[in-house]
Design a binder for this molecule. Structure first.
Ligand code: HEC
Ligand code: HEC
Ligand code: HEC
Ligand code: HEC
Ligand code: HEC
Length: 193
């Protein structure tokens, strides 16, 4: 099935499912790439960079606080350090080559929602949901993998306040002693535009 067809089908399915949801008989199937850890063109270690060398996530993932997408850094960012650091390494030589030829490194995308689902990084980061909550302990990962299921149920569990980290609940309900309750909208149109 083509992506467009799928999008149209889901567009049609949503009103129907809303009704079923209201009737309380909704049972939506879910797909997940949990655990996905593809081979990358260069073995880039988050453990070495974000862990041992304590480089901030936002140093490389610059747009995560400003836009819906997090983005992966361009070769220029690598060259901020690797014009001097570890220049004898064959991997760094490959990165140099990309830099000089103006060719991006083709990193394999790991986390990816289907086209019909909408996610926004900025909104989550602004409410204090940490990278670790959704992506796991990346600073200790030699190789990044998809830690969370990223299914609709997983999203909703937190929006409803069931699996929400305490510090996020405390920000949403500053006046409660034992903060609880929903933290984000749950209507279909929040995540399906
Ligand atoms: C020195 C630069 C650098 C730093 C610092 C860094 N990253 Fe990355 N990140 C990358 C690169 C390059 C990739 C793509 C290669 C890969 O997946 O390993 C990536 C990939 C990722 C991905 C997977 C993207 C996808 O395709 O789904 C996540 C999630 C991620 N980083 C989170 C983090 C978090 C959280 C931190 C801080 C703890 C962090 N990164 C720090 C450079 C960096
Ligand atoms: C803020 C500085 C900094 C930035 C930016 C940075 N690195 Fe590094 N990188 C390091 C340090 C420090 C080491 C460890 C060097 C050592 O072991 O002596 C390293 C090591 C590496 C190694 C291991 C080399 C080997 O053969 O042992 C690879 C591969 C690497 N970096 C890739 C990248 C890529 C790809 C980027 C851009 C996405 C990047 N680095 C951005 C500082 C940086
Ligand atoms: C509430 C959960 C959540 C939080 C918090 C979160 N992410 Fe993500 N991240 C996701 C989802 C979901 C995707 C897939 C988005 C898509 O396909 O549209 C993703 C994708 C990514 C990607 C791949 C590029 C992209 O934008 O699709 C990177 C890199 C990334 N995240 C880094 C980070 C970093 C760094 C932080 C912390 C500053 C962070 N994320 C916080 C859920 C989260
Ligand atoms: C760990 C908790 C958590 C998880 C997991 C989570 N969210 Fe959220 N989400 C939040 C919080 C907190 C907000 C901020 C609400 C606000 O700004 O008032 C939010 C806001 C949003 C918004 C903006 C809502 C608006 O008002 O327009 C969207 C869209 C969204 N989330 C989609 C998703 C999707 C899609 C997923 C799953 C892939 C997801 N979220 C997973 C906690 C979470
Ligand atoms: C907080 C975000 C969020 C909200 C709110 C939400 N969804 Fe979803 N939905 C997702 C995500 C993410 C996916 C893709 C992952 C998956 O299939 O579980 C998805 C997938 C789906 C699918 C496709 C399932 C499949 O197997 O391909 C349908 C249909 C759907 N949602 C309908 C709805 C309806 C109807 C509502 C309102 C009652 C709703 N969604 C509310 C995030 C959300």
């Amino acid at each position: 099935m083509g992506r467009t067809n799928r999008k149209v089908m889901i567009g049609l399915a949503i009103p129907v499912l809303v009704v079923l949801g209201i009737l309380g008989v909704m049972n939506i199937p879910t797909a997940s790439n949990q655990g996905y850890a593809p081979e990358q063109p260069i073995p880039f270690s988050h453990k070495l960079h974000a862990g041992t060398n304590k480089i901030a996530c936002t140093y490389c993932h610059t747009s995560v606080e400003k836009s819906a997408h997090a983005t992966v850094p361009s070769v220029n960012v690598c060259m901020n350090c690797h014009t001097l650091v570890k220049t004898d390494s064959p991997y760094i030589k490959t990165i140099w080559k990309h830099f000089k030829e103006g060719r991006p490194i083709e990193w394999v995308r790991i986390h990816e929602l289907p086209d019909h689902a909408y996610f926004n990084h900025k909104r989550h980061v602004a409410k204090g949901v940490s990278c670790q909550t959704c992506h796991g302990d990346v600073a200790n990962m030699e190789k990044v993998y998809q830690k969370s299921p990223l299914t609709m149920g997983w999203c909703l569990d937190c929006h409803r306040g069931n699996t929400t980290p305490k510090e996020v609940l405390a920000r949403v309900y500053p006046d409660q002693k034992d903060p609880h309750g929903p933290v984000a909208p749950q209507s279909c149109y929040t995540c399906h535009k």
